[in-house]
Design a protein around this ligand. Structure first.
Ligand SMILES: [Zn+2]
Length: 252
C-alpha cells in the first residue's frame, strides 16, 4: 500500500495508472478479470509505478471471495471508491430504497441520498477488507459539489480523480483535492483502451512537458486478455502489453 500524499512529492515525472474496478454491469467475466489483476499490479510495482484501484462493491466482493484482498495490499497500490448506483449488491439496494434502477449517475441524486449511498458503499468495502480508501471516482465520472460535501463529512477521503472535461463532472467547492486523469478534452484522455500504444506514448510525452505527473485510466474488464471486450471493440493489444510500452517510455 502507498500513502497518496507521497505520490505528489516527486522531482521526476511520474506516470500513475488508475483502474476502474467494475461490477457486473460491464463485466460478464468478473472472476477471470479479478484473477488477472495481480499480474498487472506486479508489472507496475516492479517498475516503481503506482496503481490506483477505484473499487466498486461488486469488485470488492469478488476480491474477498477469491482471497486476494490482503495479497494485493503487498503491491504499490492505493485504494479508491468507485460507485455505479444502478449496479450495487442486493444488500446495498435494500439499504437505499430510493434508488432508481435506470439512474446511472450518482450526482443525479440529492445530497442526502448521495450520503446514504456513499456511507453504505464505504462500509461494504471496509467489511471486505478494502482499506484505507484514500480517493474517489464516480462511475461515468459523475461528481458534483454534493458528492464532495458528502465525502468530506462522512469519510477520510480528501482526493478525487476524474476527467474534469466531462459534462458529468461539475465540482467547484474546493473541498477535495483533484488529481485529474490526464486529458485534453472530454474524449482525448490517457485511456489505455481508447488509442493505439503509439498515440498513448505521444500523449504521455506531452504530459511530461506540462506537469510532474500524469494519471492514466483503464478498466478491470480488460484485465483478462481473453475477455469479450477485446473482440467486441476491436482492440489489438491487451492492457498488459500497452502498459509495458508506457512504462518503458516513462523511464526514458
Ligand atoms: Zn465505472
Amino acid at each position: 500500500m502507498k500513502d497518496i500524499l507521497e505520490l505528489m512529492n516527486t522531482d521526476n515525472f511520474k506516470y500513475i495508472i488508475s483502474i476502474d474496478c467494475e461490477g457486473t454491469n460491464f463485466d460478464k467475466n468478473l472472476e477471470n478479470n479479478v484473477l488477472n489483476l495481480e499480474r498487472f499490479l506486479k508489472l507496475n510495482s516492479d517498475n516503481g509505478i503506482t496503481t490506483i484501484l477505484f473499487i466498486t462493491p461488486f469488485f470488492a466482493d469478488m476480491l474477498h471471495k477469491l482471497n486476494l484482498t490482503e495479497k494485493i495490499k503487498e503491491y504499490n497500490v492505493i485504494f479508491g471508491l468507485h460507485i455505479h448506483p444502478e449496479n450495487l449488491p442486493e444488500e446495498l439496494n435494500l439499504k437505499c430504497s430510493f434508488l432508481k434502477p435506470e439512474e446511472h449517475l450518482l450526482a443525479s441524486y440529492n445530497f442526502d441520498e448521495q450520503k446514504i449511498i456513499i456511507k453504505h458503499s464505504m462500509d461494504y468495502l471496509k467489511e471486505k477488507g478494502i482499506e484505507p480508501i484514500q480517493i474517489y471516482r464516480g462511475g461515468y465520472f459523475s461528481m458534483n459539489n454534493d458528492t464532495a460535501k458528502a465525502l468530506w463529512e462522512l469519510t477520510d477521503i480528501r482526493f478525487e480523480s476524474h476527467n474534469i472535461y466531462r459534462e458529468q463532472y461539475s465540482v467547484n467547492n474546493g473541498l477535495l483535492t483533484s488529481l485529474p486523469v490526464y486529458a485534453k478534452d472530454e474524449k482525448e484522455e490517457l485511456r489505455l483502451e481508447y488509442f493505439s500504444s503509439d498515440k498513448l506514448i505521444e500523449l504521455l510525452n506531452e504530459a511530461k512537458e506540462k506537469d510532474r505527473y500524469a494519471i492514466g485510466v483503464t478498466h478491470s474488464y480488460l484485465l483478462d486478455p481473453l475477455d469479450f471486450h477485446y473482440e467486441r471493440d476491436g482492440l489489438k493489444e491487451d492492457i498488459h502489453q500497452i502498459q509495458s510500452k508506457l512504462i518503458q517510455e516513462e523511464s526514458v
